[in-house]
Design a protein around this ligand. Structure first.
Ligand code: NAD
Length: 330
């Protein structure tokens, strides 16, 4: 079975590609390498350099292949940047997906899996957050994912394309073999930033606010391992063969505070990891934790990496052995 993975040279996409290859899928990765890394793509996957904003690239891709399933990871990913450059996010994320869907619809592919996000839930009435929670994006980034989910609703109605929107909470960790991992430029995620201190690349880790209504005053997030995300993607693809379109919230189900993450990283790395307290960031919610009951019940998904130290251990294994990531960027 041949599948397309847009953004498959990126952090999460490359882990999904590896699992798909291992499960026997024929994988084509389509990526413009604006943020991804050629070396992250499994050697058994076919790599196509191309941009979703360039219809000629998509034309050539779909002329050469017939896909039974499409995984769509390719997008800009930073909440903060999306508020400074809203048109970049609206234009590239939304138009890129529209272009892709045009070709998917024309080709008759019927299974589509979207990388969605916890950034849809900025006004949760209940935490842990289930799929029944109201969708209220608090950033342009989140809004572009919301628009992506809406596009898919119409694609189902009009073309019968069945979709699964996987709303990841905080993706983290690396492949246990340590050969692929997270390498973002700039890095905006907590665990790799904390590990940069242990690597000597930064003096301190900044903690944005310690006066939140949580036990230690720092924000609580749900860290879901990238290998568990990969497993969920394969399950979603299989489920769409017969089932309806759906959305799932993906988290490990346990919330950890920023200080708990730093403490766990100290235990894993043996480094003191000094902390610098700075004012709160606008828009940060005190607690964001997923209720992933639905995907567990419906697809039998069970996160294997439900232990913070184990998660950080896999990330440290990657960063420690690849201090400059894939080495293709400053
Ligand atoms: N990292 C997280 O914690 C997280 C959480 C929720 C959702 N997501 C979503 O998951 C997806 C993957 O995230 P990631 O952390 O792996 O990001 P990433 O930046 O590592 O990967 C994105 C990939 O898409 C490619 N790309 C971007 N624009 C493209 C275009 N126009 N044409 C072709 N390729 C393009 C990039 O080169 C990169 O390889 C994104 O859609 C992101 O919004 C990530």
């Amino acid at each position: 079975m041949k599948v397309l993975v847009t953004g498959g040279a990126g952090y999460i996409g490359s882990h999904v590609v590896q699992l798909l290859v291992e499960r026997g899928y024929e994988v084509v990765v389509f990526d413009n390498l604006i943020a991804g890394h050629r070396a992250a793509v499994h050697p058994s996957a076919q790599f196509v350099l191309g941009d979703l904003l360039n219809k000629a690239d998509l034309q050539a891709l779909f002329a050469a292949h017939t896909f039974e399933g499409v995984f769509h990871f390719a997008s800009h990913i930073m909440v903060g940047e999306s508020m400074e450059k809203p048109f970049k996010y609206f234009h590239d994320n939304v138009l890129g997906m529209i272009n892709l869907l045009e070709f998917v619809a024309a080709a008759g592919s019927k299974r589509f899996i979207l990388s969605s996000t916890a950034a849809l839930f900025d006004e949760p009435e209940r935490v842990p957050i289930s799929e029944d929670e109201q969708l209220a994006p608090g950033s342009v980034y989140g809004e572009t994912k919301f628009m992506g989910e809406r596009l898919l609703m119409w694609m189902d109605k009009i073309y019968g394309i069945k979709s699964c929107c996987l709303r990841y909470f905080n993706a983290c960790g690396a492949h246990p073999q340590g050969h692929i991992g997270e390498d973002h430029h700039p890095e905006s995620h907590l665990i790799p930033l904390v590990l940069q201190v242990a690597q000597g690349k930064r003096q301190t880790i900044s903690v944005f606010g310690n006066d939140y209504p949580t036990a230690d005053g720092t924000c609580i997030r749900d860290y879901v391992h990238v290998m568990d995300l990969a497993a969920a993607h394969v399950l979603a693809l299989q489920a769409l063969a017969e089932g309806n379109s759906r959305a799932y919230n993906l988290g490990s189900g346990t919330g950890y505070s920023v200080l708990e993450v730093i403490e766990a990283a100290r235990r894993v790395t043996g480094h003191a990891i000094p902390v610098e307290y700075v004012p709160r960031r606008a828009g940060d919610l005190p607690v964001l934790v997923a209720d992933s009951t639905r995907i567990k019940q419906e697809l039998g998904w069970e996160p294997e990496y439900d232990n913070l130290e184990l998660i950080i251990q896999t990330a440290w294994n990657w960063h420690n052995h690849h201090p400059n990531g894939y080495g293709d960027r400053q």
